[in-house]
Design a protein around this ligand. Structure first.
Ligand SMILES: Nc1nc2c(ncn2[C@@H]2O[C@H](COP(=O)(O)OP(=O)(O)O)[C@@H](O)[C@H]2O)c(=O)[nH]1
Ligand SMILES: [Mg+2]
Length: 464
């Protein structure tokens, strides 16, 4: 496929001050003959040239800058140019039409340039995914994650594991080559301790992927609290719609709703959850709703704990992580008498203590709108403080299976190394380690299938 030369507009379609077109492949320079002045040559070093584009259909020459990369250089490692010129869409269309007319150049498919970069070893698969992560980053934090991954954030740990396993395999196989001499290049227990260390590194990777697999690219914010605390009303208030079903009967929200929402320009996924059951209905639906709340709180980056009477102990009872919780006192328009009554009903064994009120972060009323803006600001502040993830979600979802499978295969290899196991066959262990390597290779793309490539690169747009 590298014999083909491809072309694509890399800047967005439509009006812009500047536009950029990429050509990639062996006929790149040839394709610009008669189109760009002065004449260009396929030199051995990259260069930048300013000149004019001259072609049929546009009356006057259009000034342009050509950035040239020789074979072995640049993003893809192939001969390539970028044409930087006016952002006028008709001009960009005319350039592409003139260049493709020769028949030596065809339109690039989505993600084809990054695919070329991958196939020629300039990027591994996790980095290719990070390219998309950078382009599509919805926030500063998401961008940090993508840039870290692009810089090789995942490549390095996986390379290390690869190297260790390869080395072990080499020792093991060296021993297999000299069976008569009885030379042992590495002992069973030595292999065992190497594999134990590798397992630790892989488990770390596994944990990161599990965590990342929960959330989308946006941080997750969940409204939690007892039934009737006013979560759904607050959800609607924050969304300024009537998406959540609000009802005066406790425990109506048994499923949960999600919406993407901006707080001070920061995107997040806000989830309205089922109330945490405090003994209202002990039926099975409530148990599963409660389960769901617990799960959501674990998977959230920020919890908005809602209660008409906030007590830290209440959240404590449900096992929340207080460091990622905002305590919101709801229904501030209601009077104190009502509060006490509801509090007794809600919390049963927990006695209302006014000194506890200092754990309230903000007091709101969805009826009068009191405190809502402050709450929005506090959420935004917390979102800004979240640490960036170290793996993109798309990568985590794609690789989770492979990591789980390689941990499983590695564990089997470890069992073989156990001195208590009566059976030890070095060649079986060697093939087991090879399976681990092959499965791990799916992550960085040292092993790949057309299907994997298709799934990744079809998500790109043309010109990337
Ligand atoms: N007075 C008053 N009532 C509220 C407020 N927020 C919610 N409610 C009422 O409290 C009840 C339960 O609210 P809901 O949002 O369904 O609670 P959830 O179970 O936590 O989702 C409903 O009757 C709401 O109208 C508020 O700020 N002030
Ligand atoms: Mg509700």
């Amino acid at each position: 496929m590298f014999e083909e030369t491809i072309i694509a507009q890399s800047t967005a379609h439509g009006t812009a001050i500047r536009g950029m077109i990429r050509i990639n492949g062996p006929a790149t320079i040839m394709s610009l003959q008669g189109i760009f002045e002065p004449e260009l040559y396929a030199e051995s070093k990259p260069y930048v040239k300013t000149g004019n584009l001259i072609f049929w259909g546009v009356a006057r020459p259009v000034s342009a800058k050509i950035f040239y990369w020789s074979e072995g250089r640049g993003y893809t490692g192939h001969q390539a140019v970028e044409i930087h010129t006016l952002g006028s869409q008709p001009i960009l269309d005319a350039i592409i039409a003139a260049i493709t007319k020769s028949g030596n150049v065809r339109q690039a498919r989505p993600g084809e340039l990054t695919l070329r970069a991958f196939l020629s070893g300039r990027l591994d698969l996790t980095q290719a995914e990070a390219v998309l992560g950078v382009i599509e980053a919805p926030s500063q934090n998401a961008l940090k994650t993508a840039l870290q991954q692009l810089a090789g954030g995942m490549t390095l740990p996986i390379k290390k594991i690869h190297e260790t396993l390869f080395e072990t395999l080499a020792h093991l196989e060296a021993g297999l080559d000299f069976p008569e001499e009885g030379i042992e290049f590495i002992s069973r227990s030595e292999i065992g301790s190497v594999l134990t260390a590798v397992r630790e590194q892989m488990e770390l990777l596994q944990q990161q992927m599990m965590r990342r697999g929960y959330s989308n690219e946006y941080p997750r914010v969940a409204l939690l609290g007892l039934p009737n605390a006013g979560k759904s009303t607050l959800f609607n208030m924050l969304l300024q719609t009537d998406r959540a079903i609000v009802s005066p009967t406790p425990g109506t929200t048994r499923d949960y709703l999600e919406a993407e929402i901006l707080f001070d320009g920061l995107p997040c996924t806000l989830a309205d959850t089922a109330g945490i059951n405090a003994g209202f209905h002990k039926d099975t639906i409530d148990e599963s709703a409660q389960q769901l709340s617990k799960q959501i709180s674990e998977q959230s980056d920020l919890i908005i704990y809602c209660s008409e009477n906030i007590l830290k102990e209440a959240a404590h009872q449900f096992g929340f992580d207080e460091t990622k919780t905002l305590f919101v006192k709801t229904k501030s328009d209601l009077n104190k008498l009502n509060d006490t009554k509801l509090n007794d009903m809600e919390l049963g064994n927990i006695v209302l203590n006014n000194s506890q009120s200092n754990c309230i972060d903000v007091t709101v009323s969805s009826k009068t709108g009191e405190g809502i803006d402050l709450l929005r600001m506090m959420i935004a502040k917390r979102l800004r403080e979240l640490p960036p993830d170290n793996i993109l979600r798309s990568t985590a979802l794609r690789c989770r299976e492979s990591v789980n499978e390689s941990v499983r295969l590695l564990e089997q290899a470890l069992e073989m190394c156990d001195s208590r196991s009566p059976f030890f066959d070095e060649s079986i262990l060697a093939s087991q380690i090879r399976s681990v390597l092959e499965t791990l290779g799916l992550i960085d793309g040292s092993v790949y299938t057309d299907k994997i490539l298709d799934e990744i690169f079809s998500r790109f747009c043309i010109g990337k």
